[in-house]
Design a protein around this ligand. Structure first.
Ligand code: HEM
Length: 398
């Protein structure tokens, strides 16, 4: 493809270690360079300004998901697994599958979950406060999410750590064929049989979200095979993302004791605090769309059948949209952030993620007076998902 002439061409590598560890300085550069830009090395376009990211996400007819939300065009290349029938689908299929999710994640279902989340959060935080020193990622975020989320789905208690492997594999596989992608494929081969067995009808406890998805198959809304794939979507989308956001939340509070004190003084701020974390730390750096026709992104023309990388993380730090965007402020009005996406594919599980986070932060607020780092935090590099590998802390009750 000949290079476009009406937008900046960049040599920034959005899949380098450097970028993945801290994408924000480069995203600021890209945002400043133009309405959209072209990654020379990858032959794809990118967009990082808030108004344009939002516009692209809301125009699902021009910017399609059916060719995949990763770097590869799934309509032209054989994917490593069957594409998601919700995230990597356009209407009308998307409308059907999304409808199944929406019905299951009703406000009533969420009310029931909240009590269970709170009880688990309190028990876990009690035991960690007694220990005083622990790792926020392994002992708090992963332990909590791997308890409450698979419980809600109705998964068996064994081997739940495979969910972390599977999430990591899936998010890495959305990048180009780099070393991270290849390693992910090795891990995928090892856990694929477990994932398939876990999504099967017989493996799921009655009453959970998984069994409810199969009930949609019983009424003919989706096929049995599609039900299994929707269970898989729950597994992939709901674990690593939430673990990542919770890890970043605690790192923010370690770095900003004034904000922790403010949250302790007014625990009703947990909801806005969590959304501020999702805005400022943007666990999902960006997903791709594919143009169905020649398209405009602001002043830039993008040809048909082109991949466009849509940077949620770029939009979330755009100074044209946010006052002092790099400042962590739990009282900020965060409506309109793109940490959960926007438009028809906007995160289908965001209310579940918020309910989990609110229960955990509330339990912490009532038990932890202050946080002290007990060692450096280390990043977990992934082609798409920002996360921490570890964050050692000591907690004080006063
Ligand atoms: C979609 C982020 C938790 C299920 C998405 C998208 C983002 C996102 C950015 C975007 C899509 C796009 O427009 O391309 C997050 C973050 C989470 C989180 C940051 C945690 C803090 C969850 C949970 C679930 C879930 C807990 C399951 C209960 C989904 C599904 C989609 C999705 C099924 C696809 C929706 C569609 O295509 O219609 N998420 N997510 N997510 N998320 Fe989440």
């Amino acid at each position: 493809m000949s290079e476009p002439l009406d937008c900046p061409v960049t040599d920034i590598d959005p899949f380098s270690d450097d970028f993945l560890e801290n994408p924000f300085p480069r995203l600021a550069e890209l945002r400043g360079s133009g309405d959209a830009f072209y990654f020379r090395e990858y032959g794809v376009w990118g967009v990082a300004r808030h108004d344009l990211v939002d516009a692209v996400l809301r125009d699902h007819e021009t910017f399609s998901n059916a060719a995949g939300v990763g770097y590869s065009n799934l309509l032209k290349e054989t994917p490593w697994r069957a594409p998601s029938i919700i995230l990597e689908a356009d209407p009308p299929l998307h409308s059907t599958t999304r409808g199944v999710f929406t019905r299951i994640l009703s406000p009533r279902a969420l009310r029931d979950l909240r009590d269970r989340f709170a009880a688990e959060a309190e028990a876990l935080v009690d035991s960690l406060v007694q220990r005083e020193t622990f790792d926020v990622v392994a002992d708090l975020a992963q332990a909590y999410v791997l308890k409450v989320f698979p419980d809600s789905l109705g998964l068996p208690a064994e081997n739940r750590e495979n969910l972390l492997t599977y999430g990591g594999v899936t998010f890495d596989s959305l990048g180009p064929r780099n070393a991270r992608f290849d390693e992910a494929m090795d891990r995928a081969a090892r856990i694929r049989p477990w994932v398939e067995a876990t999504c099967a009808r017989g493996a799921l406890t009655p009453g959970g979200f998984g069994a409810q998805i199969y009930e949609a198959a019983d009424t003919g809304t989706v096929s049995d095979e599609q039900a299994g794939m929707l269970v898989r979507s729950f597994l992939t989308a709901g674990v690593d993302t939430t673990v990542s956001a919770l890890g970043f939340a605690i790192r923010r509070f370690i770095e900003h004791p004034d904000q922790w004190a403010m949250l302790r003084a007014d625990p009703t701020l947990v909801r806005s605090a969590f959304d501020e974390v999702v805005r400022i730390d943007s666990p999902v750096i960006g997903f791709f769309r594919t143009t169905t026709t020649e398209a405009r992104i602001g002043s830039v023309t993008v040809p048909a059948d082109a991949k466009v990388m849509v940077f949620f993380a770029g939009a979330n730090r755009d100074p044209a949209r946010w006052d002092d965007p790099d400042r962590f402020d739990i009282t900020r009005r965060t409506a309109g952030h793109t940490g959960f996406g926007a438009g028809i594919h906007g995160c289908a599980g965001q209310m579940v993620a918020r309910a989990e986070a609110e229960a955990l932060l509330t339990a912490l607020v009532h038990r932890v007076g202050s946080w002290e780092p007990a060692g450096p935090s280390t990043p977990a590099l992934n082609n798409t998902l920002r996360a921490l590998a570890s964050l050692p802390v000591r907690v004080h009750t006063d």
